[in-house]
Structures are given as C-alpha cells and as structure tokens.
Design a protein. Structure first.
Length: 142
C-alpha cells in the first residue's frame, strides 16, 4: 500500500509527483507565489503512532562504561599476575651494570613487565603532547 493513500501525502518511493499533489516548486520555496490550491494538512490516523513498534535505543558507549570495563580488565590482569608471581617464587640472582640482587623470579619478571610498559608509554605520551600543542596552535581545543 502506498504512503499517499494511507496518510494523504506522497512518498519519495511513489516516484515523481504530479502538479497539485503536494509537489513544491522552487518559486514556492522562495515565497514568490503559490502554484496551486493549498494542500490539505496531513493527518495521521488515530493509533498509527501506537501501532508502530517502539525501538529501544541504548545510550551507546559512555566514558563511565569504558572506565568500568577498564577496571574489570585491570582486576583480572592483576589476579593473573599475582598467581604468576606466587607460582614463581624460586630465587633468581640478577647482575646488571655491576649491581647484584637476588629476588624471586616472579618479582624480576614483574619489574621487566613494568619497564616494558614504561618504554611503550613514554613515546605515546610524547605524541599526545605534540597533538595538544598542534591543536592549540590551530585553535582547535576541546
């Protein structure tokens, strides 16, 4: 069933409109003169809005939702790290640049992981500082 017969107004799917069926000319848009009889107001039959299925919309991704996901993932990683350290309690001797220390193997590997994260984060932090400076220069700040 076409939209025109149901609601009284043509639908773009009905194809080109004929004069007098609701088509608007450029002159009418400019306000020069009306090109035909005024069309009847479009009325929606009673209950038409209620008959349409309601679509649930979610708020999408939010900052607080991302924070919760990060918090949960961080807690899971910490649990795995704790289990790893507790399973690797054998003492390990490390000599670096003349310094010598003996700690459990799990602790040494934890230090190595922290050093790796810092080595990855420092260049990323530098890049973010560059972006902020460039944004200030162009005037595009939040």
């Amino acid at each position: 069933m076409s939209e025109q017969s149901r609601y009284g107004a043509p639908s773009p799917a009905d194809g080109p409109t004929t004069p007098g069926t609701g088509a608007v000319t450029r002159a009418e848009l400019a306000g020069d003169r009306p090109s035909g009889p005024p069309s009847e107001p479009v009325t929606i039959p009673d209950g038409a809005a209620a008959a349409r299925p309601r679509v649930r919309t979610s708020p999408g991704r939010t900052r607080i939702g991302g924070a919760w996901i990060g918090l949960i993932l961080g807690a899971v990683v910490l649990v795995f790290l704790l289990v790893f350290i507790l399973q690797n309690l054998d003492p390990a001797r490390v000599v670096f640049l003349g310094l010598e220390a003996t700690l459990p193997l799990g602790i040494w590997l934890l230090f190595a992981a922290i050093a790796g994260v810092l080595l990855l984060a420092i260049p990323g932090l530098g890049r973010m500082v560059q972006w902020r400076r460039a944004a200030r220069r162009t005037g595009r700040t939040r």
